[in-house]
Write a protein that binds this ligand. Structure first.
Ligand code: HEC
Length: 214
């Protein structure tokens, strides 16, 4: 794990821990939702810059269900995971102009950039995708992570049929469409990347001239 991946993980842990705020007052079947845990959260976290404590609140059922089963150490029932996946997939917004591929050079910058949405980032400036924190994307880059599968040769191996374009877009838009509790951030669903940035990252994976496919 490199330093970017570690920070992604730290953020993920906060999201997971904070996952229960406001869902159930007594805790119910989610131990994170107890009043005692909420008190600890309130005591130990404070808002700084754009990173507000409100981020610790769960905003959807996916976060709630995923933190619940992760904590209990039990497998999520298939009815729950399939429900989350089909809802996520149905919410994917595909490019309005039907064009999936932007500029791979821009895509490489976005994939390497781990900035954005942190307290010391300027609000309103574009976010990075931080793909290299979790994936091997280009050969011989020392910073690449191994939390996700290697994406080297992605386009060469998969081609660029309409089905692959749609799958890859949906994967980047909201990875929960295929894996309910995916570690991969929902770049489109949570508006981390813009539509154009997603197109550029798509080109990085699928353009035959991209270093990914050389
Ligand atoms: C925090 C780690 C993390 C980050 C950041 C991340 N991914 Fe992933 N990604 C994963 C994991 C883990 C998987 C494996 C599937 C799963 O667990 O859902 C995955 C799967 C994928 C897949 C599907 C691979 C396949 O074989 O079908 C694609 C494509 C992908 N990621 C692209 C990206 C791109 C592009 C970015 C940056 C915009 C990115 N990922 C950022 C963790 C991450």
């Amino acid at each position: 794990m490199n330093k970017f991946a570690t920070s992604v993980f730290a953020l993920g842990a906060v999201a997971l821990l904070g996952g229960c705020a406001g869902m159930q007052s007594g805790g119910g079947d989610n131990p994170f939702a107890t009043t005692a845990f909420q008190t600890i959260l309130k005591k130990d976290f404070s808002s700084k810059g754009q990173a507000k404590v409100s981020r610790l609140k769960q905003t959807d059922a996916t976060q709630y269900e995923c933190s619940k089963y992760a904590y209990l150490g039990k497998p999520m029932p298939e009815t729950v995971s399939k429900g989350i996946e089909s809802k996520a997939l149905a919410s994917v917004v595909y490019p309005a102009d039907g064009r999936y591929l932007g500029d791979w050079k821009e895509g490489l910058k976005i994939a390497s950039d781990g900035k954005g949405m942190q307290w010391n980032d300027k609000p309103g400036t574009p976010n990075g995708g931080n793909c290299l924190a979790c994936h091997q994307v280009v050969p011989n880059d020392p910073s690449q992570g191994d939390i996700g599968p290697s994406l080297i040769g992605y386009g060469k191996l998969r081609g660029s049929s309409q089905a692959i374009l749609k799958y890859t877009w949906a994967r980047i838009y909201d990875s929960a469409s295929f894996n309910a509790c995916s570690f991969m951030p929902p770049f489109g669903a949570h508006r981390i990347l813009t539509e154009q940035q997603m197109k550029d990252v798509m080109a990085l994976l699928l353009d035959p001239n991209s270093p990914v496919n050389k």
